[in-house]
Each structure stands twice: as structure tokens, then as C-alpha cells.
Design a protein around this ligand. Structure first.
Ligand code: FMN
Length: 400
């Protein structure tokens, strides 16, 4: 089963930026989709690529799992034919295992580079010395990068944070280790590991690292709107920006960034902050557009799970592709519906959403309620405007 081909992505060069290069990969629109465990499978990457993400990352993949040929791990490395350039994002601790895994990943011929996770703060990752725990050992990061550089022809990059905690800013040491080991770029999430995924993004620290760096720097953290992306570029000078949560249920953000850089007004992208109930996440789109994109995303999920089943010959008693697609799509569904009046209705149906058709039926109910809410809001606004005009007129004639 093949998903309907999507139109080519929007590729508007961001003015004033030099071409971003990573091995054979080059782009004039350096806005990337971040790795997110549980989200950035091939279906989400394909959607974001379609809307203009120049580069995307797999979910976090364990190097042990690659070497043990665990089916579950290899599912994470599955790609769809038209999803655009993808980086394989790996985690672990042992340089030799990384080298062997990098060779296997390279042999797949599907990826434009290999990225080391040196920033995940989740306990189940750090307790084994991986992810954010690596930040305490910049020399080990260097060894891992050097081992992979030896084992692959692909560019090797690292994704890290500014430091483990506010009194330990180690990102400069990590940069040095990555540069010395032959790393091709460094992504920096501008928060400390202790902050996990919330709180201030330290743009001045990103700017400091960028100033001294000899390799491209990709800035990440807190980009929820096109205006945020512009701010990160302007205040830090980073070579590219990377978006995580701002893109979940909101692939339009990549198109909006291109539009903003192409001359659209910043205010167009700020007003959403109030429309989305203060969450600051994206604009509320036309309902037909949300429906269209949801259908595209569901078709990609289904195609991906058919492909996974074909490659891994899942036993006949395993979940059907349709059921597997629903299981991975559910978390995206609620992100797409975020801020819609009808989303509570879908939430109420949660236990009944077993097939894609169940989701479609729940969406009908959701969009009906949302359309009513929008019609009501429009009528109310018209009524307010009329009331205002009448009191102006009354004021002009001196009436009370
Ligand atoms: C659900 C979720 C899963 C994530 N998984 C990963 C991961 O596998 N590897 C990684 O380096 N970062 C991971 N991150 C961190 C993001 O890539 C990103 O650095 C972080 O969310 C900050 O960006 P944002 O403010 O745009 O969300 C994850 C974040 C979230 C919310």
C-alpha cells in the first residue's frame, strides 16, 4: 500500500541566510523537525517535509537494538519513499557499538547523516549513562563521534543541551570535543537538562557558542510560532533552527516560517497566540484544511504500517496495519485538535477510537461542534460591531 504522493514541499529560501550544508545535504531553508520519541515516525516526518521542513530526524534509536536486530528498533528506522532528507538519531554509550551501528545505518542508504543523542534527560536513558548523562563526559562524546566518523561516510552530528544544570554550562566543551572528533554540526537545545522541556531558553548562550563555533550550529527550544523562529535566528545567529513540540499537530509551522521570511507580517503569526487560548501554538486553520491534513497524515501512518509489516513479516496474529496506525496516530490527533471547541467531544470518544474509520466518525462530531462555535463567535462579533456602530452614531447625535 502506497500513500498518495504529496505535492512538493514549499521551498522558499530564507533571505539573508547562507546555504546550510551537511555532507551531500544542502538547503537554503534551514528549518528542521527535531527528533521526538513517540512522534517523529516516517508519517510525521513526511507531513512536516511536505510543509517545508528541510531536514527531519528519526525517533531516538538504541544502538544495542540495532546490533541485536530487534524488530521494534528497526521499525524506528523505517522511512517512506517521499519523506525527504532524514537523519538517523541514535543513543547509547559505547563508541564501538556506535561505530558498528553507524555502519549498519549507512548501509541502509536511507539517511543523510547520523546524529548522537547527548541531551535526553529521561531517567530510563540517563541511568545507563546515555542521553543527557553524556554531557558530563565531553571526552566520551568525542570518542563516540570519532568512532562513528571512522565507520561511516555520512556526516556525524550531535544534539545536546547548554549543560546538565544552570551551574554547569558545558556546551563549549562539548562543541570542542565534537569539532576535534570530526563532527559535522552541533544541535543545541537552549535549556539545561534539569529544566527538561520547559522554562527559559537561553538564547545568549546559543549566541556565544555560535560565535566561536567552526561547525554549523542548529538552535532548538521554545519555537512555537514563526515569530519565535525569526527571533532565534536574529538573536543567536545560528545556522539553522529546529522545532519539536511546535510542529506536533501543526506541520503548517514550516510553511508559516517560510511565509514570514518571504515578507508576511509578523502580526499574522502573533495573533494566533490569543486565538489558541494563550498556548501560543500556531493559528487556527480553516476546518477543511485541518481535515485535509489529518487525512494525509492518517494515510501516511497506514502506508508506513503496511510497509513495516511487509519488511518485517509480522506474524499473522499481530495487529493489522489499520490498528497499528491508530495506536501511533492517537497522540497526533489531539495535537491537531488542540484549541478546537469540538476536541472535548473526541476525547470523550477515546475508548471507542479503534480504527481509522472510528477516528473519522469522531472527527465529524468534532468539526460539527467547532463549526457551530465558529458561527456563534462570528455572529457575536457582528452583533458587537453593530452595537458599537450604533452607540457611536448615538454619541454623535448626542443621544443617551
Ligand atoms: C515527546 C518528546 C520526545 C522527545 N524525544 C527526543 C528524542 O528522542 N531525542 C532528542 O534528542 N530529543 C527529544 N526530545 C526533545 C526535543 O527534540 C527538543 O529538544 C525539545 O522538545 C525542545 O524543543 P521544543 O521547545 O521545540 O519542543 C523530545 C521532546 C518531546 C516533547
Amino acid at each position: 500500500m502506497i500513500a498518495q504522493p504529496l505535492d512538493s514541499p514549499t521551498t522558499v529560501a530564507l533571505p539573508g541566510r547562507t546555504t546550510f550544508r551537511l555532507g551531500a545535504f544542502a538547503t537554503d531553508t534551514p528549518v528542521f523537525l527535531a527528533p521526538m520519541a513517540g512522534f517523529t515516525n516516517a508519517a510525521m516526518r513526511r507531513m512536516c517535509h511536505h510543509f517545508g521542513a528541510a531536514l527531519t530526524y528519526t525517533e531516538m534509536v538504541n544502538v544495542n537494538g540495532i546490533m541485536l536486530a530487534s524488530d521494534k528498533t528497526w521499525h524506528l528506522l523505517e522511512t517512506l519513499p517521499d519523506e525527504g532528507p532524514v537523519m538517523a538519531h541514535l543513543y547509547g554509550t559505547e563508541p564501538e557499538l556506535f561505530a558498528a551501528a553507524a555502519a549498519r545505518v549507512t548501509a541502509l542508504g536511507r539517511f543523510v547523516g547520523i546524529d548522537l543523542n547527548a541531551g535526553c534527560p529521561m531517567r530510563k536513558i540517563t541511568c545507563n549513562g546515555a542521553g543527557a548523562a553524556l554531557m558530563k563526559q565531553p571526552a566520551l562524546i568525542g570518542k563516540i563521534v570519532a568512532a562513528m566518523v571512522q565507520a561511516t561516510t555520512l556526516p556525524v552530528t550531535v544534539k545536546t543541551r547548554v549543560g546538565p544544570r544552570p551551574d554547569q554550562v558545558v556546551v563549549q566543551e562539548i562543541l570542542h570535543a565534537v569539532e576535534e572528533a570530526g563532527g559535522a554540526a552541533l544541535t543545541i537545545h537552549g535549556r539545561f537538562a534539569t529544566q527538561e522541556h520547559s522554562g527559559e531558553v537561553h538564547l545568549p548562550l546559543l549566541a556565544e557558542v555560535k560565535r566561536v563555533s567552526r561547525i554549523p550550529i542548529i538552535g532548538n527550544g521554545g519555537i512555537l510560532t514563526a515569530a519565535d523562529a525569526q527571533q532565534m535566528f536574529q538573536e543567536t545567529g545560528v545556522d539553522a533552527v529546529m522545532i519539536a513540540r511546535g510542529a506536533t499537530g501543526n506541520p503548517w509551522i514550516f510553511q508559516e516560517i517560510a511565509a514570514l521570511f518571504g515578507g508576511a507580517a509578523v502580526s499574522d503569526f502573533r495573533k494566533c497566540e490569543t486565538v489558541r487560548g494563550g498556548s501560543g501554538r500556531g493559528r487556527l486553520h480553516d476546518l477543511a484544511e485541518i481535515r485535509r491534513v489529518l487525512e494525509m497524515h492518517m494515510a501516511s501512518e497506514l502506508a508506513l504500517h503496511h510497509q513495516i509489516r511487509a519488511h518485517f513479516r509480522l506474524p499473522s496474529h499481530a495487529l493489522s496495519p489499520d490498528l497499528a496506525a491508530v495506536a501511533t496516530f492517537r497522540c497526533h490527533l489531539f495535537r491537531y485538535l488542540h484549541g478546537l471547541a469540538g476536541s472535548a467531544y473526541v476525547r470523550g470518544q477515546l475508548n471507542h477510537l479503534r480504527t481509522l474509520d472510528d477516528i473519522r466518525a469522531a472527527l465529524d462530531g468534532c468539526f460539527e461542534r467547532e463549526a457551530q462555535a465558529r458561527a456563534h463567535a462570528t455572529a457575536l462579533a457582528a452583533y458587537d460591531a453593530r452595537g458599537m456602530a450604533e452607540s457611536f452614531a448615538a454619541g454623535a447625535t448626542g443621544e443617551e
